[in-house]
Design a protein around this ligand. Structure first.
Ligand SMILES: O=P(O)(O)OP(=O)(O)OP(=O)(O)OC[C@H]1O[C@@H](n2cnc3c(O)ncnc32)[C@H](O)[C@@H]1O
Ligand SMILES: [Mg+2]
Length: 196
């Protein structure tokens, strides 16, 4: 049987991408497979701190290796917001649509040349008793003036990828999985796991 890889996430959009990105290599398990695990509070100031906390908490709980992904959107004109608050920018129980609406309203007066943003994906691999390892992926884009496309998740509909003239949510999942911040980080994780 194929080896399993546990990822400390309950985000269905991420889980789908991880399953594709690790296809043929690992059987991906997520927090959805471990409903008894207590909630992990993401109270860090950085993607790295939150990724470490998610990976280390679950690794200690399961006593096995765990990968975590802390990611988000950083917009230059908003001094890096929403950043670590990406999942709850419009409030704790708000939707992706609410988060995007908040970004679009904050940027309403900002011209295209100043709408530069990037997605960051910080991955942590925690192994019980060892130091946690980190791998960071990024992709740069422009915040659109309206949401377009239905693929992907999160802020994808407002994240324009200049090389394709389309939002991340208009790209096919195959293409997103080649160019995204998550794909970038996973390439590095794979190099490490296969090389080490
Ligand atoms: O913590 P887990 O359980 O992994 O799930 P989460 O949704 O809370 O994930 P994060 O804490 O990493 O918050 C990241 C948020 O950034 C956004 N995001 C991350 N990756 C994205 C992607 O590939 N495309 C669009 N938005 C993304 C999305 O809104 C996420 O909810
Ligand atoms: Mg989270």
């Amino acid at each position: 049987m194929r080896k399993e890889l546990v990822i400390a996430t309950s985000n269905k959009g991420k889980i789908k991408e991880f399953k594709t990105l690790f296809a043929g290599m690992y059987e991906v398990k997520s927090l959805l497979d471990y409903p008894e695990v207590p909630e992990i509070i993401e109270d860090g100031d950085t993607f790295k701190a939150n990724a470490a906390k998610k990976a280390e908490t679950l690794a200690a709980y399961l006593n096995q290796n765990v990968l975590a992904d802390d990611s988000g959107l950083s917009i230059d004109a908003l001094n890096g917001e929403p950043g670590v608050f990406s999942a709850r920018y419009a409030g704790t129980h708000k939707s992706d649509a609410d988060n995007m609406a908040k970004v679009l309203s904050k940027l309403a007066e900002v011209p295209e040349e100043n709408r530069i943003a990037r997605f960051t994906c910080m991955m942590a691999i925690a192994e019980p008793g060892k130091e946690t390892l980190f791998f960071e992926g990024q992709v740069e884009g422009i915040i659109a003036t309206e949401a377009r496309g239905t693929n992907g998740f999160g802020y994808d509909p407002i994240f324009l990828v200049p090389a394709y003239g389309q939002t991340m949510a208009e790209l096919t999942s195959e293409l997103k999985n080649k160019i995204s911040h998550r794909a970038d980080a996973i390439r590095q994780v794979k190099n490490y796991l296969l090389g080490g």
